[in-house]
Design a binder for this molecule. Sequence first.
Ligand SMILES: [Zn+2]
Length: 477
Amino acid sequence: MGQGRTAPPMRLLPLFLTLIALGCSHAASPAPTSSQRGAEELRALLAELIAVDTSNPPGNETAAAQVAARWLREAGIEAEIIEPAPGRGNLLARLKGSGKERPLLVLAHLDTVPVKREEWATDPWQLTERAGFLYGRGVQDNKGMAAASVLALRRLGREGVKLSRDIILYLGADEEVGAGHGLEWMLANRPALREAELALNEGGLTELDADRRRVRFVALQAAERVSRNVVLKATGPGGHSSAPPAAPNPLVRVSAAVARIGALTFPARLTPAARLHLQGRAPLTPGELGEALRRIAASPDAPPQDAVDTVARLDPALAAVMRSTCVPTVFQAGTRPNVIPATAEATINCRLLPDEDAKALHARLVAAVADPSIQVEMNTSPPDSPMSPVGDNAMFRAARAAAARVWPGVPVIPRQSTGTTESSLLRRAGIHAYGIDLFALTPEDARTAHAPNERIPVTSLQPGAEFVYLLLRELAR
Ligand SMILES: [Zn+2]
């Protein structure tokens, strides 16, 4: 396959057919509208970014940053590439405003997770159109946003829009691994980044109905849960399996503890972002799930347990927004079939609500383990994940204004993500960060991020570019 440009874009097809019908083989082609040009440019830049393999490790982001820098410089926008380590390029560019307000920081990351080539139906490093989708590693996560942000800056610059604040574009390295070559390094070494008041990052959710007819909601990530690993450790004398000692061996003890922790659930509780999210989702959700969401969102205190159980059964990801979770993920014990292990260790990955009491959660785990011979190791310092303000503020007003133009009538609501993003670093630096998802995706599309055959619907491309442009323009009015 070529670059996904084998057929004229759907939008241009009626015009194309009309010209053929009129026999206008010499008709002058009409000037493209700016949104048509935007969609073509987005596809071209996205194809160039995807063609650079930035699988992390090793990353090799500089080559992709150079592509973005060229597109910016062509439009007269200075771009600097900073390498904390060879090949690990981070791009910074700035569109100047009047300075009336503190800057807006727009972020996207250029590295991707690696691929297993044999699991892909297309070349992961060639943007490919097939049956209404664009495929390529990073098309969602996160080169689509990188490309749309570059083009939004170019368009704002070209149109000479007067800005009340600087817009700083940061295209980062090393988001997927976090080995110190990306945002954390840049925040420490480029203090100008910390001057930003607001930031736009990945992590939102713009959900397309399963039948792909309409966008259900636009959710801006304003808070996220915190990942903490808990390690259970037991030791014993070991020995030959043919003559077991009286005391149960470490493997048996840790296994029993893992089973008890696996059966634990933590109480449901709504942070402000989670409450507004469920309130927004309830009227859009039919049936039993919608009814459960309505009851949870309406309860001022602890949500009704039967409603929480219903959500956990019908939409586990939504249930995880309402409480901390602890999931056993790794077990290590034993070397040979006939040797009783002297040590056994299990790792439990906990995801804490952003305002969770980590000490209390640890105490709950210790009580569940109910075996003083097992160590339960965990970092019990308070979660360092501030939440960005939600409600009627500049970010939500701007997002509502932009969404009203692109997806008329679609609600804009906050979201607390179950996973983590680099926005926690920004929030710790005092910047109000929000996650967007510029491309409308069905849950099935969204699951292809980090998976084989990563894709976006072709029809989501142009509205996504328009949304980013309008949102930046609104925020810097
Ligand atoms: Zn990712």
